[in-house]
Design a binder for this molecule. Structure first.
Ligand code: PLP
Length: 433
């Protein structure tokens, strides 16, 4: 019989350097996080608090799902959730103060991505930003749009809605390395199309798209381009002013250390979008609803951190940790041949990705699977299918995404857990074969 993967979870005990959960795993002593040792005292020598206990310290490696709140962003927001609470549309002092705060945030957001303040439409998150950018171009009679085959559901499902309304949606394919096939794109885009929509970097693979080339193709055909930069903003410089033609981008604050439900569509030509939310006419009539000043301030603060002067050095550190992790795990890396977001690793494990994610979770490490779960069935992600990765390999994908808070010790922990798990998973796989 192979090693048992069951996990015992006694109360934390104080041993060695501090309180830690000590468990038995396959006949050995382990701390709840990852330190696996022959004896109880050895296991306790590297204390790590358990995810299920109070004061848990989770090793968080799922930054692509959402980033932990950056304390500087929280600090910047707080006055706007307390004493500076006015409605920017009101003429009294508190309202004027809120308007000034909102204007300042908008100006900073614009300057950090190379746009004009008038080009910034604040929205309730990344999904709404993508919806506005796509539905806002679906004006008049149904026409045609080109959408990449690997879009996030925020774009993909919106395009499906348009298809049901009679729009022709042409899917732009990707190469096996995850990049948009530019030759195919050139052939697909037609003058008169309402929009081309691609993501700046994939939330699944982290592969960065050649946006300058794509923008040039769109400009050549006089077709507006929308780039879903929700993932990109945390890992690459955004400079809208360098792109030709009419280009909008979507952002979401929570991928950058800000709060959920705060996003933006930014770009030349936003004023020609049709609104999808109606009411008091805020945001130049493009997004009605009392403005979320705290959210706008948070998005500005988060972008200042992730797009500001210190960002390139942090990105290089993150990439170095990711490269070290990939080299030590020795697993097949999706998109390894092309540019990827610096902290992003999509790895094919050879075992069920959802099982691997659960086993990591039980050891206090948060990662995610590269597959989608629908109706209890694990489906290969559309991105991997579009890259011609076979279904079994796709189902074995795990996504490990690092952030600015990730340390070398976190990488050591992942490697230690995988070194321990891989033989057990192999035995289990052989037993069930
Ligand atoms: C590429 C991409 N686009 C859009 C979204 C949606 O953003 P939000 O969760 O803020 O609605 C996400 C979120 O995961 C994403 O990764």
């Amino acid at each position: 019989m192979g090693p048992r993967l069951s996990w015992h979870h006694p109360k934390p005990v104080v041993l060695g350097g501090g309180p830690t959960c000590i468990s038995r795993f396959d006949g050995r002593w382990v701390t709840a996080g990852w330190n696996i040792s022959a004896t109880r005292s050895e296991a306790a020598a590297t204390p790590r608090l358990c995810v299920r206990c109070d004061n848990a310290r989770v090793i968080y490696l799922d930054h692509a799902a959402t980033a932990p709140p950056d304390p500087r962003v929280v600090e910047a927001m707080l006055p706007h959730l307390t004493e500076r609470f006015g409605n920017p549309s009101e003429p009294h002092a508190l309202g004027r103060q809120a308007r000034a705060d909102l204007d300042a945030a908008r100006e900073e957001i614009a300057s950090l991505v190379g746009a004009k303040p008038a080009d910034v439409v604040l929205t309730g998150g990344g999904t709404e930003a993508d919806n506005l950018a796509v539905l806002g171009r679906a004006q008049g009679q149904p026409g045609r749009m080109v959408v990449s085959a690997i879009e996030h559901p925020a774009v993909r499902r919106t395009a499906e809605v348009l298809a049901r309304r009679g729009w022709e949606i042409a899917l732009a394919p990707v190469l096996p390395n995850g990049r948009i096939d530019l030759i195919e794109l050139w052939d697909l885009v037609q003058t008169g199309d309402a929009l081309v929509c691609v993501m700046g970097a994939s939330n699944v693979t982290g592969v960065v798209q050649p946006i300058a080339d794509i923008a040039a193709i769109c400009a050549e055909h006089a077709v507006p381009l929308h780039v879903d930069h929700v993932q990109t903003a945390a890992g690459a410089e955004l400079e809208l002013s360098e792109l030709p033609g009419r280009v909008t981008i979507a952002l979401a604050a929570h991928k950058l250390g800000g709060p959920r439900g705060v996003g933006a569509v930014i770009g030349s030509g936003v004023e020609s979008l049709d609104p999808i939310v109606f009411g008091g006419g805020q945001e130049g009539g493009l997004r009605s609803g009392t403005e979320d000043v705290a959210g706008a301030v948070a998005l500005a603060a988060a972008l200042r951190i992730r797009q500001g002067a210190e960002a390139p050095a942090e990105r290089s550190q993150r990439a170095a940790l990711r490269d070290d992790l990939e080299a030590r795990l020795g697993l097949s890396v999706v998109g390894a041949e092309v540019e990827r977001l610096p902290g992003h690793a999509l790895l094919l494990t050879g075992y069920r990705g959802d099982t691997v994610v659960r086993l990591f979770d039980e050891r206090g490490i948060a990662i995610s699977a590269g597959s989608a779960c629908a109706s209890g069935e694990t489906l290969p992600d559309v991105t991997l299918t579009a890259m011609d990765i076979d279904d079994d390999a796709a189902r074995s994908a795990i996504r490990i995404t690092l952030g600015p808070t990730t340390t070398a010790a976190d990488i050591d922990a992942v490697v230690a857990v995988w070194t321990e798990l891989a033989p057990a998973l192999q035995v289990a796989a052989e037993a069930s074969a």
